[in-house]
Design a protein around this ligand. Structure first.
Ligand code: A3P
Length: 327
């Protein structure tokens, strides 16, 4: 099928049926063998589950609870390295960031003498000084096993109906995805496990099975939305950041949807038009689209919703995960 902008084709890895752009195979071992430090915290999610939000929350809790950090305005991925982004960049034939881009400035500073062709993002991840906050969309089985023994994982899940709406929008607004198909087809790809990063249920299952591991914090997007301060407190306990009530309030404000949208935590004020299809952004919203629970309502035809409900019943009910579809 049309892989929405991926130019080098896809591979399906077994067991798991994970779907990745072909260049993943060049980074898979390096990422699996990534050396984990005790102070590492990795935010792990399937795409569109609230990754950017939780990256900003965890980074701010650990580095900027008084909101005075000089680098807080940099794009979030320049502060929280996205471990496997090299595969996405190569597979979409994206132009590597220019020398003035914060990512390349970071690379040149952290990795002197290293060759960007060996992976910009993975090498930034390796060279970032402790304490590192990292990001990955890979399932736990493809990440270093030490991550959940030596380091810490914050895993974020979101109800699948909202995830699909958000991912379809994402694939339409990013020029390098350029998805022009229907929402109906997109739902089908999701259900069939044909979207990049593979079957959502399996990704969640791997983390859910580890939710009682003391080094794993399983967090729902919906709970962070509904009980923001309480969830920040739980994260504070998990991360050991020992924030005061005032600092927790700072984090809550700074990572609220309106503030992240206003600051543009993704591009950090970069060139929107180079990255996004502005016609769709102006009509349906940008990366910070709605930030709500339950926006899926009205987006599915009754037939499509019945298909999703079926899939949820078959794939998720065994796991006993109680997703919230509205608040
Ligand atoms: P919507 O498209 O439903 O608005 P990811 O970072 O994993 O790609 O997820 C993006 C989704 O998280 C988008 O969802 C985005 O709007 C939402 N999001 C980003 N920042 C948020 C915040 N501070 N609060 C709530 N939702 C946020």
């Amino acid at each position: 099928r049309d892989w929405t902008g991926y130019t080098e084709g896809m591979v399906r890895l077994h067991p798991g049926s994970w779907v990745f752009p072909a260049p993943f195979t060049d980074y898979a071992d390096r990422i699996y063998n990534f050396e984990v430090k005790p102070s590492d915290v990795m935010v792990v999610t399937w795409p569109k589950c609230g990754t950017t939000w939780v990256q900003e929350v965890v980074w701010t809790m650990r580095n900027n609870p008084n909101l005075d950090h000089p680098q807080a305005a940099l794009p979030v991925n320049a502060r929280v390295p996205f471990l496997e982004f090299d595969m996405l960049m190569r597979s979409k034939k994206l132009t590597p960031p220019g020398p003035d881009h914060p990512i390349m400035q970071g690379f040149n500073k952290l990795c002197p003498g290293k060759n960007p062709a060996d992976g910009i993002f993975v090498q930034i991840g390796e060279a970032t000084p402790a304490p590192r906050t990292l990001k990955s969309h890979l399932p736990l089985s493809l990440l270093p096993p030490a991550l959940v023994n030596v380091g810490k994982v914050v895993y974020v899940a979101r109800n699948p109906k909202d995830v699909v709406v958000s991912f379809c929008h994402h694939s339409r607004i990013f020029k390098n995805h350029n998805y022009v198909g229907s929402f109906e087809d997109f739902v089908k790809y999701f259900i069939d496990g044909d979207l990049v990063y593979g079957p959502y249920w399996q990704h969640v299952k791997e983390a859910w099975e580890k939710k009682d591991n003391p080094n794993v914090h399983f967090l729902f997007y919906e709970d962070l939305k509904e009980n923001n301060i309480e969830e920040l407190k739980r994260l504070d306990d998990f991360l050991g950041t020992k924030l005061t009530q005032e600092q927790l309030n700072n984090v809550a404000r700074h990572t609220s949807f309106p503030q992240m949208k206003a600051r543009d935590s993704v591009l950090g004020g970069g060139d929107m038009e180079a990255v996004f299809n502005m016609e769709i952004v102006n009509k349906d919203g940008g990366f910070f689209r709605k930030g709500e629970v339950g926006d899926w309502k009205g987006k599915y035809t009754p037939e499509l919703e019945a298909k999703m409900d079926d899939w949820i019943k078959t794939r998720l009910s065994d796991l006993g995960i109680g997703f919230k579809y509205t608040l």
